[in-house]
Ligand binder design. Structure first.
Ligand SMILES: [Zn+2]
Length: 486
């Protein structure tokens, strides 16, 4: 996510971050294959052109948890948008609900495992679907279900936006990550990115009124008219999650990027960006730069979408969204590069966004300003670091009774405002990587991040993984992490 500039202040004003640096190595370390078999989702989606989505989901899952399982747990993120849900903070509601309060959610039925009815339970205030099963290590099962999804009218990650774009992210039941012998059922939080999932493959069909143009993770493999509807088939393999945006107003500008000698299709969906070619080229340049610096972008395509997401931007598997409210030219450029960098830090290399949100956001902030620095814009780097210092300092100066906690490893649920989340995760997170850069230099940064990327590709990295990547380059890195991770 890229926080909107206006959210960066709570008690004091903070400005934007940016950055950059020099280098041109070729990162030819091969990426590991994803742990196979990855979960496979078949999603058959029917959109009625208004506020209802019908979903048939088939999830093929192989138990590689290291033990037997008696339940499968899936997130029902859409229920965060139900009445009483926690999709946003009270102070955000006026911006989010452009047409008055509007609620959505997901209703699940016909839950089966391997073709037989399965006992299921909705728990955690509607946020978790728990399905009974008996799976030993190595066993494979197919979970099928039907769902009726109601879309709220709101400017957020899920719903019909003010512009009429249908934002479909985290709309399907998402298998929880399984760690340390249990399902990670972390509740949705109104601050930050409350998502954690393993790399999966998606095979999607979409039936929607023909006037809707679809922008999605992955590749469209088939598109045909069926009466007044358009039938679209989409494949997105080995991605962190699947996102889909629909609008009758979408225009698309297509360009390409080179990643390790392969052509990546870059498609930019927008609604009247007068400089669409420039925006798309920026995303393609960023893809090429990060491929050269950290390791090749592994997917055949990258999709960029302009839509209201309730933040400056938001990242998804092989796709990024940028909010149209980001109109300042430089801030928008930084947001595009930031969201593109998330393909490396979130997309291919996942991390625990509940307990260690700095691990992708701090590194993504650094990666974005590193892009600008290496393209000769030293001012973006310098001013971004200065702004981050000022932002963090303003929070540290708050009266102690307010209880600001600057610990980078705070759980997402402990944040009560976007401002303090930004101060800690983005500002202090960026300062951590700026301090590491000062310690290890251009070559050291490139080496550490190349190793971190290649050794953790298609998995969820722990904090220790990035610490070890840097300490292998410079023993002093341990002290820098020690100073900041508190
Ligand atoms: Zn971000």
């Amino acid at each position: 996510m890229k926080a909107r500039k206006c959210f960066w202040s709570a008690a004091a004003a903070c400005v934007v971050l940016l950055g950059a640096l020099v280098c041109c190595c070729s990162c030819d370390r091969p990426l590991p294959s994803p742990n196979t078999p990855v979960p496979v989702y078949d999603l058959d989606i029917t959109y009625d052109g208004e506020n209802t989505l019908l979903l048939r989901e088939e999830l093929l899952f192989t138990n590689r948890t290291g033990g037997s399982l008696s339940t499968l747990s899936l997130h029902l993120y859409a229920n965060a948008y139900a009445e009483g849900g926690v999709c946003c903070l009270p102070e955000e509601r006026e911006d989010v609900y452009y047409n008055g309060e509007s609620f959505g959610g997901i209703e699940v039925y016909n839950v089966e495992i391997d073709g037989s009815g399965a006992e299921s339970e909705i728990k955690a205030d509607g946020g978790i679907l728990s399905v009974a099963c008996r799976l030993d290590e190595g066993d494979t099962a197919t979970l099928t279900l039907n769902a009726r999804i109601t879309l709220p009218e709101c400017n957020a990650r899920f719903g019909v936006t003010q512009s009429g774009t249908v934002n479909l992210t985290a709309f399907y039941p998402v298998l929880c990550a399984h760690r340390n012998g249990e399902w990670r059922e972390d509740a949705y939080a109104p601050v930050g990115d409350p998502f954690l999932s393993d790399i999966s493959s998606f095979y999607v069909t979409l039936d929607a009124p023909a006037e809707y143009v679809a922008a999605a993770s992955g590749e469209v493999t088939s598109s045909s008219l069926r009466g007044t509807e358009r039938h679209t088939e989409i494949t997105a393999e080995n991605v962190r999650d699947f996102a889909l945006f629909l609008s009758p107003e979408f225009e698309v500008y297509v360009t390409s990027a080179q990643a390790d000698g392969k052509d990546v299709r870059v498609a930019y969906y927008h609604t009247g960006d007068g400089d669409a070619a420039r925006t798309a080229r920026l995303a393609a340049d960023a893809l090429e730069f990060f491929s050269s610096e950290f390791g090749a972008y592994p997917y055949p395509s990258f999709t960029l979408v302009t839509t209201e997401v309730g933040a400056g931007g938001m990242e998804y598997g092989a796709l990024a969204a940028v909010d149209p409210s980001v109109t300042d030219e430089q801030e928008r450029a930084i947001t595009v590069v930031h969201e593109t960098a998330h393909q490396w830090w979130f997309g291919v290399v996942g991390s625990d966004q509940f307990n260690d949100p700095w691990q992708d956001e701090g590194l993504t902030e650094f990666s974005a300003i590193f892009y600008f620095l290496s393209h000769g814009d030293e001012e973006v780097y310098r001013s971004s670091v200065a702004s981050a210092k000022a932002c963090l300092a303003s929070y540290l100066a708050l009266p102690t009774e307010i209880g600001f906690d600057p610990n980078l490893r705070r759980h997402l649920s402990t944040y009560v405002s976007v401002g303090e989340y930004v101060a800690v995760t983005y500002c202090k997170g960026l300062l951590l990587f700026d301090a590491l850069y000062a310690l290890v230099g251009d070559d050291g940064m490139r080496e550490a991040l190349t190793v971190y990327f290649s050794e953790n590709a298609f998995s969820v990295a722990d904090a220790e993984d990035i610490i070890s990547a840097f300490t292998a380059v410079h023993s002093g890195a341990a002290a820098v992490f020690g100073e900041y991770l508190c």
